[in-house]
Design a protein around this ligand. Structure first.
Ligand code: SAM
Length: 301
């Protein structure tokens, strides 16, 4: 497991994505069989194409949505995922960029029109909820028999649902990079000395697609009070590593392949914020995809 600390993690995440997209497009240009497919890049939480080191105040977090990213003070603008995908030497046949903030999609549109006019006709820029729109894209957007896609899911908080993960895997056509909110999302819902409240429990079950997390993350303890009356209580015993193992198991239950390596993105105090994971839905392509992604996840880039 690679551990990346402090503000460096955003950079590391995007370098891994960039290198993967380069390798991916190379395969689909060089390999004769692969050339048959139309390739699509889908960015479900696309941003503006640029990013500053610190999220603007207007993006301050809620647990299930935008969550503070513990980034260092702003030091200027850097390339975001959308720009990275558009700058590839061999571009994708189509791009789908989604962001729920209309200012972000407007900024992205302007950037594409200004800096990538030749690619404008290949881009769909959609304002709305990333999860809902990806779901629509999966059902109506593409002919998955003739299309292969890379999907980047880069939320601040716990936006994903297991139902969506299952649908992505069911296309048998998508390679998914998922930034899973670990310390920034899941761990905050896991109370230390009792099971989470019903709302938090339901959220965890919706994200993971099972309530098995209760027995995987908690141990039951029997306590006896002063009057000799026994009662059961639950204690959180799972470490971040245990949580990641469980997440990988869940992904493996639906995807053709899941990278065993994960990049742990940590804050400056060494506490895990996110786990960057990779899963491939296409059986024939999974082996190569997993090999490339694992190398990127294993190495400090
Ligand atoms: C971590 S940033 C994405 C950064 C981007 N991938 C990059 O590298 O530049 C998260 C983005 O998700 C957007 N966002 C937040 N909630 C969303 C939602 N439910 N659906 C789609 N976008 C959302 C925010 O407006 C923000 O631009």
């Amino acid at each position: 497991m690679t551990h990346v600390f402090g503000g460096e993690w955003t950079e590391q995440k995007l370098v891994a994505l960039k290198k993967y997209l380069e390798a991916y497009r190379k395969i689909f240009t060089i390999n004769e069989k692969a050339r048959y497919f139309r390739t699509v890049y889908i960015d479900a939480f696309a941003g503006t194409g640029e990013r500053s080191d610190k999220a603007p105040a207007s993006e301050k977090p809620t647990l299930f949505d935008n969550t503070d990213i513990d980034a260092p003070q702003a030091t200027g603008l850097h390339k975001g995922s959308a720009r990275i995908a558009l700058e590839l030497e061999s571009p994708f046949d189509q791009y789908v960029f989604i962001d729920k903030n209309p200012k972000h999609t407007a900024g992205l549109t302007e950037m594409i029109e200004h800096d990538f006019p030749n690619l404008r006709s290949r881009c769909r820029i959609l304002t709305g909820d990333g999860v809902e729109i990806v779901r629509e894209q999966l059902i109506y957007g593409h002919d998955w028999k003739r299309t292969r896609a890379v999907l980047f899911i880069d939320p601040y908080g716990m936006n994903i649902h297991w139902d969506l993960i299952q649908r992505i895997a069911a296309t048998q056509a998508i390679d998914m990079w998922l930034l899973f909110p670990l310390g920034q999302g899941m761990n905050r819902l896991l109370s230390r000395d009792h099971l989470p409240n019903p709302g938090h429990s339901a959220k965890l079950t919706a994200v993971l697609g099972t309530d098995e997390w209760k027995t995987r993350f908690y141990s039951s303890q029997t306590q006896t009070d002063l009057f000799g009356i026994e009662s059961e209580s639950s204690l959180k015993t799972a470490t971040f590593e245990n949580m990641v193992e469980f997440l990988k198991e869940r992904l493996s239950s639906v995807f053709a392949g899941v990278a065993s390596d994960v990049m742990m993105l940590e804050n400056s105090k060494g506490s895990p914020l996110y786990a960057l994971c990779f899963a491939a839905a296409n059986k024939a392509g999974a082996k190569t995809a997993i090999r490339i992604a694992s190398d990127l996840l294993r190495t400090r880039l």
